[in-house]
Ligand binder design. Structure first.
Ligand code: AMP
Length: 271
């Protein structure tokens, strides 16, 4: 991968990277399309990163669709698919981890200890392997975006981090590879996350600024759905991931499936 990327740079070509864990859907493809429009060469990495999964999480059953991924990426016209093995990425003896402080400690970081250490480490390795000039991430994973932006700035990586809007189903559910885990009743219930964000955005639009009231709207909407259990509902600053701020962030469990979503309340809610 590094040799190919160095060859492209020697020819004066710019490189865009889209990191994914595969099981591609229209959300991933929106990042790929944007990267294709903004770079001479586009690399999509497909790597289920074991070190960002905690004990008891879904690493062993994480969805996979390699043939479909390949045909989607071919049709999109990407220049390289980088698919390292776990042994390529973490050979015996590898002991370095990238730790971002502050923004990793709350919410997703608290719910998933070690998650952002795994993310920061793999993103650093993927950026090093691909020499990317720009890397593309989804707003869907808002705290991940904050971590990656912090990482790129703090380590002077010289890569531009581009953030792409969340792609949603018609009923508002944010696309996610994990949506495949939902049975039909759970799928219907899962719309409570986007409904909660929409109601909070509506209240914000009417002038509601009290974080406790906004949090209560989020919490009550999730609590009203019998199949959903709220993990957290907060309103934070999108860079610091602490209060005060206008980014509503939510995590909830529907059965065994944990879903996250977010919306900047300053923006009108789509749909
Ligand atoms: P994943 O394969 O889940 O690691 O996701 C790879 C990239 O796709 C991450 O930057 C995600 O934030 C992004 N992504 C996932 N779902 C969506 C979505 N519904 N809309 C936009 N981007 C997304």
């Amino acid at each position: 991968m590094r040799d190919i990327a160095r060859g492209w740079h020697a020819d004066g070509l710019s490189i865009g990277l889209v990191p994914t864990m595969g099981a591609l859907h229209a959300g991933h493809m929106s990042l790929v399309d944007r990267a294709c429009g903004e770079n001479d060469k586009v690399v999509v990495s497909v790597f289920i990163n074991p070190i960002q999964f905690g004990a008891g999480e879904d690493l062993s059953r994480y969805p996979k669709s390699p043939e479909r991924d390949l045909s989607l990426l071919r049709a999109a016209g990407v220049d390289a698919i980088y698919k390292p093995s776990v042994a390529d990425m973490y050979p015996p003896g590898a002991s370095t981890r990238v730790i971002v402080h502050g923004v990793t400690e709350q919410l997703e970081g608290a719910a998933r200890p070690g998650h952002f250490e795994g993310v920061a480490t793999v993103v650093t390795k993927l950026l090093a392997a691909t020499s990317a000039d720009r890397a593309y991430f989804g707003q869907k994973d808002a705290q991940q975006v904050a971590v990656v932006q912090r990482l790129a700035a703090d380590l002077d990586l010289g890569v531009e981090i581009r953030v792409c809007p969340t792609v949603r189903e018609a009923d508002g559910l944010a696309l996610s590879s994990r949506n495949q885990y939902l049975d039909p009743a759970q799928r219907r219930a899962s719309v409570c996350l986007s409904r909660a964000l929409g109601l909070a955005a509506e209240a914000y639009g009417r002038g509601e600024r009290d974080p406790a009231r906004l949090r209560a709207i989020l919490r009550e909407t999730i609590d009203a759905e019998p199949l959903a259990t709220l993990d957290y509902a907060e309103v934070v600053d999108p860079a610091a991931f602490s209060s005060p701020g206008s980014l509503a962030v939510l995590a909830a469990r529907i059965g065994k499936t944990r879903l996250i979503d977010n919306h900047d309340l300053k923006l009108p809610y789509p749909g």
